[in-house]
Every structure is written in C-alpha cells, then in structure tokens.
Design a protein around this ligand. Structure first.
Ligand SMILES: [Zn+2]
Length: 197
C-alpha cells in the first residue's frame, strides 16, 4: 500500500495525509462503547464496561523500507493511484513472526521480484501523520529482471546515486543517510515543493 510519496529529480510532491488513527467507537472485545479519559496527560479511549480492560493504545505501526540498489542504481517504485511522477522506496508493513530483516527481504521479493541481501540498518524514522514508524535498511539487490507486483505498483525506475536527491520525510532521510555513507551530499528536495499545489 502507498505509505509515502516522493519524487526525485522532477516535480516533487507529497501527500498531506490526515492523521491516521484507528478511531474505534465500540470495544472490539465486548462491544460496549468506548469512553475518552485522560491518563497521565494523554487522552485514551477505554471500554465503558468496568469489567472489561480494553484500552485503545493506538501505538504506531512498524513499516519497513528499503534503499534497494545494485550497480550504483537505486530502485524506486510507484504505487497504484499515485501521480505519474511520484516514486518512493519499497516499503511494507512488518508481519507477525518475522524479523525486520526478513520482512524487508519479503517486501522486496513481493514488490519487484528480486532476491536481495539485507545490509545495515540505515535508521528509524517517525511518520507521525500516518502513526507509523519507518525502519529503513540498506538492501543489495540480486541480478535478474525486475518484475513489479501489478496489484500494488504501476511502475518503477532506477536512479544513479549521484542523481538521487533525498526528501524531507522518513524514507527520504534514509536515502540521505545512505547517500552520505557514499560521500554524496545531494541537495535535499524542499518540503514546500513536495506539497501538492
Ligand atoms: Zn470492552
């Protein structure tokens, strides 16, 4: 699913997502209404039934991201529904029972059809608007043809590291870190230009 939008070396855009919160009205366990109560300075929704202990914690969801590359070229992908010039990193939700490294290798295989070697952790970045936390890895792609998952993606492109510009949000900061490890300091795309006009 689309998590974040960026464009590289063209007109950059970024979606302004509404605050992504799971907004349950009823308790998923006992079906009673949820009440909002303040606790330790934070408002939380709790089940109105005193016997039930359900609290809606609304913790951020871990999302994995890959600066996926081979032969000095990074692969960026475009999800279904994005404008034609929007591309971002390969990303996906972490699944139960897998390590982050296994998860990102699975996502890379699913999205572009290639095996890969998961390298070092580039960083962990907030994505507050989507209530997500982005865990980004350096990913070295195997040889072979890129075949994108047409149920999720419409297109991909490869960009040489020297031409890849980072962007302000989490995945873009992972790109910036990856570039800096190669001694590349490409100018960051400005956030105001990332907004849809
Ligand atoms: Zn309940």
């Amino acid at each position: 699913m689309p998590l974040e939008i960026s464009a590289v070396n063209s007109t950059p855009l970024c979606l302004e997502y509404a605050h992504m919160q799971y907004d349950y009205k009823y308790c998923p366990i006992c079906k009673n209404e949820l009440n909002t109560r303040e606790e330790g300075g934070l408002e939380r929704k709790r089940c109105s039934d005193r016997e039930c202990e359900f609290v809606l914690w609304n913790n951020p969801t871990p999302v994995l991201a890959a600066v996926a590359h081979r032969n000095d070229e990074v692969v960026l992908v475009q999800s279904i529904g994005w404008p034609a010039h929007w591309f971002s990193l390969i990303t996906g939700f972490m699944e139960a029972g897998e390590t982050p490294e296994e998860g990102i290798a699975r996502e890379v295989k699913e999205e572009i059809g290639l095996d890969c070697k998961v390298g070092e952790l580039l960083g962990v970045y907030e994505f507050i608007q989507m209530n997500q936390i982005i865990i980004a890895y350096d990913v070295i792609l195997s040889e072979g043809e890129i075949i994108i998952d047409r149920e999720e993606l419409v297109d991909f492109k490869t960009i040489r590291s020297g031409e890849l510009k980072p962007w302000p949000s989490g995945t873009g900061q992972a790109v910036k870190k990856w570039l800096s490890q190669r001694g590349i300091e490409n100018k960051e795309l400005e956030f105001k230009k990332l907004k849809k006009s």
